[in-house]
Design a protein around this ligand. Structure first.
Ligand code: GLC
Length: 739
């Protein structure tokens, strides 16, 4: 088969044998597929033949609906090829819920394959547009997909190997649908639980999150899909916890807190970075050369592609009002370091503005070439410059993996002995007992969650109510009653031995998910109050993307409290196993749980208080109970070539097997600046049988022990200082002097 490229007349030749290859299923080949230099050379060969218009198109990302019939969910438009030739986009994406028709894995695979083929025929050099999407807990937009726990729960699992496995499974499903680019992982920190994207983070601690980012990037890219570190930088600490509000960040906080996860992701080879939609210290990040070039490329050495967030150059004019018009905003953003503009619905307007910026000398031809080269290099590294097999159009069921993942996240915060449920009549109720919407959270089918937007599909999930009934052990009977009929419910409670109430937040994403009061809806609090008034043992199961504050009189009286985060498709089955004692509670809090709104922003790595003691959280970072207990002993610390190795013996002193997860903290010697009283630097974790003792070690790289010295408002210098360090693991405190 031979395609003649309509614009340049370049023959894009696909011989029959290669075409036959196309029908083979895609192999999950690690990306980047080419060394940077080779990919750049191939990109140069295409770039040097491109016109100004083609380069401008190459650095724009259009919504894939532009190529579908009627500009909305539907089949590929008959004139899609002409639209490609007209818009010349370097990339396409779907919005958080926008789907092709048929909206099936096969339908996605066929639509994206068709777009790829049309791109090869109509785009410069035969290089198709790359398709990106938010597959942030499995391929969450695709009907039939099994959805994994959101990152906050994975943060509680403290198991980067599991995170990597989930990312790789996600990448394999993406490749089977001809998707190449995942706008994941979120490398922001979760330090203000009011923030609407708290659940998308792996938690509050820089180095604990960094280990998760390394795992996620490695999993995605070893599965053949480009990862995206987002949202660079400081997005997770907006003022008042309001999504995209201005974040005031000192240089010390930048280096000590916000950069480690991104540094880890870059070190893991992340192929792209997405800019923070908000602003830092009064500067919109999309217009900050200091952040997007000097810091990201100069200091962190990132060499890949920088993509904007949704419409964020336009927002410089319309929202932040920092730039008078789109031409000026475009020049500011491209010169700051944005390579590719995610401008889903107004590619033409952006193209005209960028052209005016270039021809008017606001953006140099060299800068445009640099951005277009990065885009082409990115695609060369994804194999888009070569013929390649089509995806199978079949995605994995993945339910066993999803259940194993959910089980690893479950965190037990209170237990008066009611758990495990061994016998008697169980009454289960509450809005989260059988709600796919609550259980899956945001970025599920639609970015605002199941039931929102224009896709009416409800994923099949294992709910708590169904699982408790279906897997009840002998001697346990379960009845599930909706909480709406309160009289009937309270009557049923009279004859119940245990009441399980599942509460949770309605799904949402971004600013729609801000929760300034860290509260559940009043009717859920009333339900809890009514059930607590029955004096029966109440097991609260919370499905939420953040710590929730109960009224104080309830909070301190909860007999049993399980934090399930947003557990995904198999959350019910995993919860039933844990409540019945067939499994334990391996999860430990990846964030500090404040006792009141006054403690929002309280984190484990607080410095010494200027006056008095720091407020005590309701539950500290790393907290979690289990059906067994652990003891630590024989703590040791030795200097190594790369840092410090700490070792501790952990003994399972209880009657059941369990997973011991212990955060390792470091206290640094005095260096003239406030330092965290204890800085989380890593985790030791092991499954231990009843009575088993095991020596667990952690190698702490020296960079995790750096102090950032320097005066207020001045530069900071990170270095490992000589002096006495103290390492805390469980009950062990170990001192070590470093030269
Ligand atoms: C959204 C989010 C970003 C996402 C992008 C594409 O606004 O900020 O995380 O990847 O748009 O959906």
């Amino acid at each position: 088969m031979k395609f003649i490229h309509k614009k340049t007349g370049v023959r894009v030749a696909l011989t029959l044998s290669i075409a036959l290859l196309l029908s083979a299923s895609a192999t999950a080949q690690t990306v980047p597929r080419l060394p940077q230099a080779e990919a750049e050379a191939r990109a140069h060969a295409v770039l040097e033949k491109m016109t100004l218009e083609e380069k401008i198109g190459q650095v724009s990302m259009a919504h894939f609906f532009r190529f579908l019939e009627g500009g909305k969910s539907g089949p590929i438009a008959a004139n899609a090829g002409d639209i490609f030739a007209q818009l010349l986009p370097g990339a396409t994406l779907n919005g958080g819920g926008d789907a092709p028709q048929p909206n099936t894995p096969r339908g996605w695979a066929d639509a994206l394959r068709r777009l790829e083929m049309l791109g090869r025929q109509n785009l410069p050099g035969g290089v198709p547009a790359v398709f990106g999407t938010d597959a942030v807990h499995g391929v969450n937009n695709v009907p039939g997909a099994t959805l994994y726990p959101h990152n906050l729960g994975l943060g509680a699992a403290f198991d980067p190997a599991l995170t990597q496995e989930l990312a790789r499974a996600t990448a394999a499903d993406m490749r089977d649908m001809n998707m190449d680019w995942d706008f994941s992982p979120v490398a922001d920190l979760g330090r203000d639980p009011r923030w609407g994207r708290f659940y998308e983070t792996f938690g509050e601690s820089p180095w604990l999150v960094a280990d998760q980012i390394t795992a996620s990037v490695t999993g995605l890219q070893s599965g053949g899909v480009a990862a995206t570190l987002k949202h660079f930088v400081g997005y997770g600490s907006p003022g008042l916890g309001r999504d995209r509000a201005n974040a005031e960040i000192s240089l010390r906080a930048l280096h000590e807190l916000y950069l480690p996860p991104f540094k880890a992701g870059i070190r893991a080879g992340a192929m792209s970075v997405m800019a923070n939609s908000g602003s830092v210290n009064g500067v919109p990040v999309h217009a900050s050369q200091k952040i997007l070039t000097d810091l990201l490329r100069g200091e962190l050495g990132f060499k890949g592609l920088v993509v904007s967030d949704w419409n964020d150059i336009d927002r410089l004019v319309n929202t932040f009002k920092t730039h008078a018009d789109l031409v000026k905003a475009t020049a500011a953003s491209i010169n700051a370091g944005i390579d590719l503009y995610m401008v889903p619905n107004d590619v033409e307007k952006y193209g005209a503005a960028l052209k005016e910026a270039v021809t008017g000398g606001l953006v140099s031809q060299q800068r445009l070439d640099e951005a277009a080269l990065r885009m082409l290099t990115f695609k060369a590294q994804l194999g888009l410059m070569d013929a390649r097999p089509a995806g199978s159009g079949v995605i994995t069921e993945g339910r066993a993996l999803a259940k194993r993942a959910a089980a690893a996240t479950l965190t037990l915060l209170e237990n008066d002995g009611t758990l495990p449920i061994k016998t008697g009549r169980v009454l289960v109720t509450g809005p989260a007992m059988d709600s796919a919407a609550i259980q899956l959270g945001g970025w599920s089918v639609n970015w605002q969650g199941v039931g929102k937007g224009n896709v009416g599909y409800v994923p099949k999930v294992s709910t708590l109510a169904t699982a408790l009934k279906a897997s009840a052990p002998a001697g346990v009977t379960v009845s599930a009653l909706p909480d709406g009929k309160r009289e009937a419910l309270l009557r049923a409670a009279k004859t119940a031995d245990t009441i399980v109430v599942a509460l949770g937040e309605a799904p949402a994403a971004e600013s729609q998910a801000n929760n300034p009061k860290l509260a559940l809806p009043a009717e859920q609090v009333q339900l809890l109050r009514d059930l607590m008034a029955t004096d029966k043992p109440v097991v609260l199961v919370l499905m939420a993307g953040r710590p929730i504050l109960q009224p104080e009189d309830l909070q301190n009286r909860l007999p049993v409290f399980v934090m399930a985060y947003l557990p995904g498709s198999e959350g019910g089955a995993a919860l039933a196993d844990a409540l019945y004692g067939r499994a334990g509670f391996p999860g430990r809090l990846p964030f500090t749980w404040p006792g009141s709104l006054g403690e929002v922003g309280l984190t484990a790595d607080r410095p010494p208080e200027g006056a008095g003691d720091a407020p005590l959280p309701l539950y500290p970072l790393g907290f979690g109970l289990d059906y067994t207990a652990y003891r630590t002993s024989d703590g040791q610390a030795v200097k190594t070539a790369d840092g410090v190795k700490v070792t501790v013996t952990v003994t399972n002193t209880g009657e059941k097997a369990g997973t011991a997860t212990l955060i390792v903290n470091a206290s640094l010697p005095p260096a003239g600046n406030l330092e965290a009283v204890k800085r989380p630097v890593g985790v030791v974790r092991a499954e231990l049988k009843k009575g088993e003792a095991r020596a667990l070690s952690l190698d702490i790289p020296a960079e995790r022990l750096e102090a950032f010295t320097g005066d207020a408002f001045g530069a900071v210098q990170g270095k490992v200082l000589p002096g006495q360090y103290t390492f805390g693991i469980g009950d062990e405190l170990v001192r070590l002097s470093l030269p």
